[in-house]
Design a protein. Structure first.
Length: 298
């Protein structure tokens, strides 16, 4: 009997080709990160010699990071982004979990109409102007809540979590219900401990979304002191504004030369990348088990 083609052991040529392709993909992803990090640690002489982003290491210096955190702008923006990310992720996770569990129970009041409204958002989303009018009408302009509440629940995350909850055997929850457990008790003591994978993945998706968001801050925040890190990144990297333009004269007079502006820009990029790169490896193992299996079973 002939085995399926996908079950056959790959040949030496196939393994070599896969290794080569994966190596090229990894290099294409890591090389830009390498250039950004190296440039952020380079001196003015190294940056001038490279004519832009540095690819060959030269003299290394942490002056760019010292200047960035000494200026106060990035430090404040990092704290704002951390606060919005932590608070927003917690709120989104609680609301999404409760909504997904309720929609996963067939006997829930208005189960089908509510599910239809959730699925409808996949096809139709609010425009920028109606969304702005709603936020303005709620008095959230120039408030941190404007960065959290409008995006507190994502339909995709809710549907994925609901599908995973539905994949849990009904016998498990029914036995607890017979013993007198309430729905909140079942959710807290039975369903959530069995759903650590999907909860971790949804939390990561929400956290990355809050951390990388900048367009809502452009629309709703008028006070630059409340800007998150991504908006500062947009101003000083994408628009090319100099963060320390007014300090050059004083620094030279004091005998200290400022780091190159490109190194400062790349240091802000690195600061924006570090939290995601640090958290993702701890959650990556849950992706297949937590999302895709649950989605297929749902």
């Amino acid at each position: 009997m002939t085995s399926a083609s996908w079950a056959e052991k790959p040949s030496a040529v196939g393994r070599t080709a896969k290794t080569l392709v994966l190596t090229l993909i990894a290099a294409a992803i890591l090389f830009p990160v390498y250039m950004v990090v190296l440039t952020s640690l380079s001196t003015q002489e190294t940056v001038s010699r490279a004519g832009g982003l540095v690819t060959v290491p030269g003299e290394l210096s942490f002056a760019a990071y010292e200047q960035v955190f000494a200026g106060g702008v990035v430090t404040r923006a990092v704290l704002v982004s951390l606060g919005v990310t932590v608070a927003g992720t917690a709120i989104s996770l609680v609301v999404t979990t409760l909504a997904a569990y309720g929609l996963s129970r067939p006997g829930t009041l208005l189960h089908r109409p509510l599910l239809f409204l959730v699925l409808l958002t996949f096809l139709f989303g609010p425009g920028m102007i109606p969304k702005y009018l709603v936020v303005s009408g709620l008095g959230l302009i120039d408030s941190y809540w404007s960065l959290i509440l409008p995006v507190a629940v994502t339909a995709f995350n809710l549907v994925v979590m609901r599908a995973f909850f539905m994949s849990i055997p009904a016998e498990v929850t029914d036995s607890a219900r017979i013993d007198g457990a309430s729905e909140f008790t079942i959710l807290r003591r039975i369903v959530l401990p069995m759903s650590k994978g999907v909860v971790a993945v949804i939390a990561l998706l929400y956290a990355v979304g809050y951390w990388n968001a900048f367009f809502d801050a452009v629309l709703y925040l008028n006070d630059s002191a409340k800007w998150p890190l991504q908006l500062v990144l947009r101003q000083y990297v994408y628009q090319g504004q100099s963060m320390f333009a007014g300090q050059s004269g004083d620094s030279v007079a004091a005998g200290h030369s400022l780091p190159p502006n490109l190194a400062i820009q790349m240091s802000i990029v690195v600061i924006a990348l570090v939290p995601v790169l640090f958290v993702y490896p701890f959650v990556q193992k849950h992706f297949t088990k937590g999302v895709f299996i649950g989605a297929v079973k749902g």
